[in-house]
Design a binder for this molecule. Sequence first.
Ligand code: PMP
Length: 366
Amino acid sequence: MTASHRVWNFSAGPAALPLSVLERVRAELTDWRGSGMSVMEMSHRGNDFMAIQAKAMGDLRRLLAVPDHYRIVFLQGGGIGEAAIVPLNLTAGRRHADYVNTGHWSTRAIDEARRFCEVGIAASAEDRGFTYVPAQATWRVARDAAYVHVCTNETLGGVEYAAWPDPAALPADVPIVADMSSHMLSRAVDVARFGVIYAGAQKNIGPAGLTLVIVRDDLLDRARDDCPSVFSYAKQAAADSMLNTPPTFAIYVAGLVFEWLEAQGGIAGIERANIAKASLLYATIDCGFYRNDVAPANRSRMNVPFFLPDSRLDDDFLAGAKARGLVQLKGHRVAGGMRASIYNAMPLAGVQALVDYLNQFAREHG
Ligand code: PMP
């Protein structure tokens, strides 16, 4: 396999990984650094895997500048799992939680949380078809809320918080919980603003099966008694995320992605690249033929939905794209249209190839 055989994969997730990471995985697949076995075959409690996990956690902590009073835990269950795991971990003694609804994934989190606690809607962007992030000044957050939940990048709608929410403008002791599944590690984040950050790995981090959670120490004693042990932030933090068998291979690959990120200049370097990629793509979409409905300030750098002027052109568009090796551009079944996900691993050359095709298609059909 060489780079020339690979397509430009715009999937929303599981998504493209850096080619150099995949090549390293292949080189180490059957004999990890002289161990005589694959990482897949190792005991999670053996020295080799423990070192792999400790390095991955340490690298993640450095990349994101995670403060000392936060724990990193590696869980399973993905984003939808976290939608339940969050209330189980944070609602001991407080029955109510508030949610900012910015679209599909916020709504999924709200629906799941309703099974575990009383849910309030702090703000909703439904009035304008979930095309913007409601200003924090308009949020109504109860003083006794266990937390306020936000989805800082809506993968389906392509809506991203331009500025991180500010805990100082919320009632005291109401932590912010953020689903960052689809833009984790794509831009600098002030972790100290959040009580909990979580992300499924399969978009910007590594293979599906691993969920990253970053949780502030003082929130570790708020879990309900019925929270399953493997989903307990406190118990998993105390057990170095090895209370049960962790998704070992996914953690290993995520660790390689963290090393790759360091080599891209860390988060600052990848954020610069992401801005360049998103600017190029949105500039092309704004040329007149295509349409993106998201408020410009809240356009996602990671997930770029767009529509053709007539949906009867969609099949032609997708077929032409596929012929050029541009794949997974069909929009989410709920949204229709197209969506290009341009996560960290998508190089500028891939976005340029898409832009060239967008321009050609517009010339031919405009
Ligand atoms: N939150 C967001 C922002 C997502 O994009 C997704 C998956 N597309 C989820 C949650 C659900 O993730 P999972 O399928 O891992 O449960």
